[in-house]
Design a protein around this ligand. Structure first.
Ligand code: CAA
Length: 378
């Protein structure tokens, strides 16, 4: 596998790095205070980032999949909040319509999502169905030319802020995961109720809400794919979502490593910098090795996804390892900062708080182990 980026990818990387430094970094305090970064989303839209992989025909910039992963990785080095907003909007908010939508659905929704005029979200998880995604209870009943949808969704990233939601609901309760269908739902639909805004350990600028659907009438033309296609649509797009989260975790891990190296070279104890003390130097060596291994797994999986080859196992391996690395490296970075690492004066405590969720959302580490072992043992 070639890890050398093309000229175009390198240009895009440097543009995203500049953008993150000049536009995102100054807004970190407001995001940490819980403010949703709408102005950043508008600026990302102007740069084409909200439609980075979407074909030009649907108002995207039509860049390759590796460029998208580079963007999530670089944005997440500065702000994991921005990383997840873009990842969810693209991978599970917009892509399902690109891959499974009708031409009318693409013209109506993808063009606006790609331009960043609309923000996307994904509604699979429910209060009683997280890892066991096939066990959702939200029901969609066809009545004339509308589906009547009733149920609740939990932990919806971009929820309340997003305009368009890919909603999964049961249309045939007798057939298990083959009875789930997908729908494109607009926030303004009567019966779409925004509930609790979760107070989270990290990702403070990103919204995570509960949603309730009460006799929500969704036109039949907003069903995505055929009845019963929903679980397939959810899982195939989750692969693309998971590699985005793996790239987010890689960005957090790299940021934590860089902070630890910088601090270790500045901080003096016992008459020399702590970097010159073997206990710290060896820790940095291990952290850096883990980050490098995560990078290889993430870009290898992204490369397979870009070739549109089967990539579920490699994506799960990348997410499993990169998320574990992010948590471990952020923990070690705090340790290297000592007491200062436990304060808000240094960014490492934020990296630690943001890292943990990468082991949980878009499939917990245990779900990634299920996916990997199923492929190994079949
Ligand atoms: N990619 C493509 N297809 C997949 C797949 C994958 N990663 N995983 C499973 N499938 C396919 C299987 O091959 C199977 O296909 P066939 O019926 O054609 O054989 C079908 O899906 C059903 O698979 P299983 O029989 O294994 O189904 P299951 O009910 O036992 O569950 C699971 C499988 C892997 C546990 C699945 O339920 C799962 O991934 N759960 C985790 C859910 C999840 O990731 N939720 C994240 C929520 S979204 C989120 O967090 C977004 C956010 O806001 C940040």
């Amino acid at each position: 596998m070639d890890l050398h980026f093309t000229e175009e990818q390198l240009m895009m990387r440097s543009m995203v790095q500049d953008f993150a430094r000049t536009e995102i970094e100054p807004l970190i305090p407001s995001m940490e205070a819980g403010e949703f970064p709408r102005s950043i989303i508008n600026k990302m839209a102007k740069l084409g980032l909200m439609g980075i992989t979407i074909p030009e025909k649907y108002a995207g910039v039509g860049m390759d999949f590796i460029s998208y992963i580079i963007a999530i990785h670089e944005l997440s080095k500065v702000s994991a909040t921005i990383g997840v907003i873009l990842s969810v909007h693209t991978s599970v908010g917009t892509n399902p319509i690109v891959y499974f939508g009708t031409e009318d659905q693409k013209q109506k929704y993808v063009t606006k999502l790609a331009r960043g005029e609309l923000l996307g979200a994904f509604c699979l998880t429910e209060p009683g169905a997280g890892s066991d995604a096939a066990n959702i209870k939200t029901q969609a009943v066809l009545k004339d030319d509308h589906y009547i949808i009733n149920g609740s969704k939990a932990f919806i990233t971009n929820g309340g802020e997003a305009d368009v939601y890919i909603v999964f609901a049961v249309t045939d309760p007798q057939t298990g995961n083959k009875g789930i269908s997908a729908f494109i739902v607009e926030k303004t639909t009567p019966g779409f109720i925004i509930g609790k805004d979760e107070k989270k350990m990290g990702l403070h600028g990103s919204k995570t809400v509960q949603l309730t659907f009460e006799n929500m009438r969704v036109p039949i033309e907003n069903r995505l794919g055929k009845e019963g296609d929903g679980f397939k649509i959810a899982l195939s797009n989750l692969n693309i979502g998971r590699i985005g989260i793996a790239a987010q975790a890689l960005g957090i891990a790299e940021a934590a490593l860089n902070s630890a190296i910088y601090y270790a070279k500045e901080r003096k104890q016992f008459g020399k910098t702590i970097a010159e003390q073997q206990g710290i130097a060896f820790k940095l060596a291990d952290m850096s090795t883990a980050v490098e291994a995560a990078r290889l797994l993430v870009y290898r999986a992204a490369h397979l996804c870009a070739l549109e080859e089967s990539c579920a196992k490699e994506v799960s391996m990348a997410k499993l390892f990169a998320s574990k690395t992010a948590v471990q490296v952020a923990t070690d970075a705090i340790q290297i900062h000592g007491g200062y690492g436990f304060t808000e004066d240094y960014p490492v405590e934020r990296y630690f708080r943001d890292a943990k969720i990468t082991e949980i959302y878009e499939g917990t580490s245990e779900i990634q182990q299920i996916v990997i072992s199923k492929y190994l043992l079949r």
